[in-house]
Design a binder for this molecule. Structure first.
Ligand SMILES: Cc1cc2nc3c(=O)[nH]c(=O)nc-3n(C[C@H](O)[C@H](O)[C@H](O)COP(=O)(O)OP(=O)(O)OC[C@H]3O[C@@H](n4cnc5c(N)ncnc54)[C@H](O)[C@@H]3O)c2cc1C
Length: 357
């Protein structure tokens, strides 16, 4: 909104629980060419490794690059810009309910009710659904480690390493090298339940020992996250409020990737808002992609095929760029048929029929 220059005469109120001062997450995503946040891309890799017991390869992902943005860089970059604009007010505190009615909006803020009048309200507070049946959680722990020996290749990242044990469900690790001595190592699961906090540490330690062959290293930073992989149908416009980000259904149910979907949703909002077009007609995720996501999610939830086999088949039988395009919801129907036909027919057909029912 700031960059467009179309809102400099508007008043914008931005509320968050607390100031963004911590490097609380790193965002990874693939992108072709320079993106909106190119200036703050911390590292990018032109090639990625995929590893599993049945298929392992270094994937050429052109025209994409796998990019990483550190949370703290993103927050500093955005707030530096926000702070230059007197029309934007930033306040910190707890937001409760926000409800639209005929005379405007009522907002509960730090236990008091405020009338917002004729505002457009965007919400990124994600409230977990009451039932999680048929859904999974993507949960992960990462360590930024520094090794004594130079063991990492900063020219390539690893996307998924399924050689780890699968006893809890779909589980993989990945390594994002920053230099020959420094990398972010993550341990990720797609399961219904979280692990005990010490288990993530134990698995990371084991992975670093067994597969990176490292014993001498120090842990410099840590991150932990949980992303919903939900078959729930998200409503963008609800009680007069526009849900954005994860709260607005921008987390891809079958992969957990969110960052680029949020950027695309923001682009769409920017197309509609200045033109005066009602935002309530903002397009939803196309039905066929929700259908694919729910089909894959069904298979993972019911474990009718191991996730490692599905992803190994996808990357073995298709070009990585085609898989990325498909996972971005940007493929054509013909491309999708090619990808779907590369997967084991029966489990997918059965899961697809369940979705249709
Ligand atoms: C550790 C971690 C790593 C991730 N890595 C990736 C990745 O590599 N790639 C990718 O595509 N996605 C990733 N994701 C998923 C997703 O991109 C992020 O969760 C992303 O931040 C979602 O953006 P959002 O705006 O929807 O929510 P958030 O960024 O979580 O923003 C929600 C905001 O609402 C505020 N808030 C919440 N409740 C209240 C309240 N009651 N009152 C006031 N303020 C409130 C919070 O403080 C927060 O600032 C990751 C998520 C996590 C947690």
């Amino acid at each position: 909104m700031i960059r467009s220059g179309k809102f400099s005469d508007k008043k914008i109120l931005l509320i968050d629980r607390e100031p963004k001062t911590k490097n609380d997450r790193t965002w990874c995503f693939w992108e072709a060419g320079d993106g909106f946040f190119e200036e703050i891309v911390y590292r990018k890799w032109p090639r990625v490794d995929f590893m599993s017991d049945t298929f392992s390869d270094t994937l050429d992902i052109s025209p994409y690059e796998y990019k990483m943005i550190r949370g703290i860089d993103f927050y500093e970059y955005c707030f530096k810009e926000i702070n230059k604009h007197p029309g934007i007010e930033v306040v910190y505190g707890h937001v409760g309910q926000c409800v639209g009615h005929r005379d405007g909006y009522s907002l509960q803020f730090n236990s008091k009710m405020y009338q917002l009048g004729d505002a457009i309200v965007f919400n990124s507070i994600y409230n977990k659904p009451e039932t999680t049946k048929g859904s999974l959680l993507q949960h992960f722990k990462g360590w930024v480690i520094e090794s004594v020996k130079p063991v990492f290749d900063p020219d390539k990242a690893s996307l998924m390493d399924f050689r780890v044990h699968q006893q809890h469900g779909t589980t993989f690790a990945y390594v994002l090298p920053f230099s020959p001595n420094r990398a972010l190592v993550e341990y990720t699961l797609f399961t219904a339940q979280l692990l005990d906090p010490t288990q993530y540490d134990e698995e990371l330690r084991q992975y670093i020992h067994q597969f990176l062959h490292l014993t001498e290293y120090t842990i410099k930073e840590q991150e932990f996250g949980v992303i919903p992989m939900s078959r729930e149908k998200f409503t963008i416009f609800q009680n007069g409020v526009f849900n954005i980000g994860t709260a607005g259904g921008q987390t891809k149910a079958s992969s957990g990737y969110t960052f680029q979907f949020i950027q695309k949703q923001s682009d769409r909002i920017m197309e509609y808002l200045p033109s005066g077009a009602g935002l309530s007609i903002l397009p939803d995720t196309p039905t066929r992609f929700r259908f694919y996501d729910n089909t894959l999610l069904h298979i993972l939830v019911h474990n009718t095929l191991p996730g490692s086999r599905i992803f190994a088949t996808l990357f073995k039988k298709n070009k990585a760029s085609q898989v990325f395009k498909f996972l971005d919801n940007e493929s054509t129907l013909t491309e999708e048929l090619g990808i779907i036909s590369s997967l084991p027919t029966w489990p997918f057909l059965k899961a697809a029929l369940k979705q249709l029912r």
